[in-house]
Design a protein around this ligand. Structure first.
Ligand code: ATP
Ligand code: MG
Length: 176
């Protein structure tokens, strides 16, 4: 299905923005600690149309966003960026959380792998989120990777092949 990638990301981000508010209401009843976070968006002015499996890609972005919140202390900023080059689009999701030790960077995409078992167990989860994300991104012929500094935060990147949408086939690029 062809989607406008800007709209797609804004839709997901808005949903997380709403969760902040509903969580706060819920936290007041339950006494559970509230987690505050701010989501910044840095998207492209031009629309980017891409053919993706929307449900599966939503799952990927949801997991990375959930991780960014889950593995960050209160008060962090999450920055979602969208870039486009000639042949790729790049989505990056940066957090100011715990970070990932260098030795674990490649392994976080393995099934069931979780950094620091004790710490992760408290947070809940199975360790499958990123393994599934990798499968989905690779099924789209894309790549997923992470840069991270312990104690400072992590940035997850998703790159997907991109071809300018050209419904006519023979039209001049400038007019499409
Ligand atoms: P699930 O997603 O299945 O609920 P999970 O979040 O533990 O469980 P993954 O999403 O696959 O599993 O992440 C694997 C591990 O990578 C996590 O347990 C955590 O240790 C580490 N990790 C993932 N994202 C971050 C992040 N943004 N900051 C720090 N550590 C992270
Ligand atoms: Mg996860």
């Amino acid at each position: 299905e062809y989607v406008n990638l800007n709209e797609f990301l804004v839709y997901i981000i808005n949903r997380f923005d709403m969760m902040i508010h509903s969580d706060e209401e819920h936290a007041e009843d339950s006494g559970a600690p509230k987690k505050h976070y701010v989501i910044k968006r840095d998207l492209t002015k031009q629309d980017i149309w891409l053919e993706i499996d929307t449900d599966k890609m939503t799952q990927v972005i949801d997991n990375i966003m959930n991780n960014a919140i889950k593995y960050s202390p209160d008060g962090g900023t999450i920055t979602v960026r969208l870039f486009r080059s000639r042949e790729h689009v790049l989505i990056s999701i940066a957090d100011q959380g715990l970070g990932i030790p260098r030795a674990d960077l490649a392994k976080v995409f393995d099934r069931f792998y979780r950094v620091d078992k004790a710490r992760s167990r408290k947070q809940g989860g199975t360790g499958l989120g990123l393994a599934i994300s990798k499968e989905v991104v690779e099924a789209h012929h894309g790549r997923i990777w992470v840069n991270s500094t312990e104690g400072k935060g992590s940035t997850f990147y998703i790159s997907l092949p991109y071809q300018p949408y050209d419904p006519g086939g023979d039209w001049d690029d400038e007019t499409v």
